[in-house]
Unconditional design. Structure first.
Length: 150
């Protein structure tokens, strides 16, 4: 049998669901998604990731609104709570100079936000990056990517 090319391994896959009940209580201040926090902690554990801010090569997150992207960066434990905007302004999530490039392909709005296909498109971007096939937006030696979808 010939050598298989272009394979990318999935190290973790997690799903967290909610009825939205947490929104009915005063303890929830609406500044995060509980499901993303729960899901990301489980995924990091499954994948053996101890410090996502240092270990991830790139991320694709659900950025249907600007605030959603900021909240997600914090819920994924990449930016500290309340500091995602600072990290963005400091260039941490930039394509070529950032620590963890985010939305290197332009994000959901760049693609018209096709709801059903959004997650698949994000996964495909990670696949292209890891295989060195992302053309103008190609990162140098990406090893580990994360996708997030709501």
């Amino acid at each position: 049998m010939g050598k298989t090319k272009n394979l990318v391994s999935v190290k973790a896959l997690q799903l967290a669901l909610s009825s939205g009940e947490e929104a009915a209580y005063n303890e929830w201040d609406g500044d995060h998604f509980m499901t993303t926090e729960v899901c990301s902690q489980k995924a990091y554990k499954e994948a053996g990731i101890k410090d996502p801010k240092k270990e991830l090569s790139l991320i694709e997150v659900h950025d249907c609104f600007s605030i959603t992207e900021l909240v997600t960066m914090e819920d994924l434990f990449i930016s500290k709570k309340g500091e995602a905007v600072k990290d963005i302004l400091d260039g941490f999530y930039d394509l070529k100079t950032g620590g963890v490039p985010c939305q290197v392909d332009g994000g959901l709005k760049c693609f018209g936000h096709p709801v059903g296909a959004s997650g698949i498109r994000m996964i495909y971007e990670i696949y292209l990056q890891i295989n060195g096939r992302a053309e103008d937006r190609q990162l140098e030696n990406p090893r580990l990517g994360l996708t997030h979808n709501i």
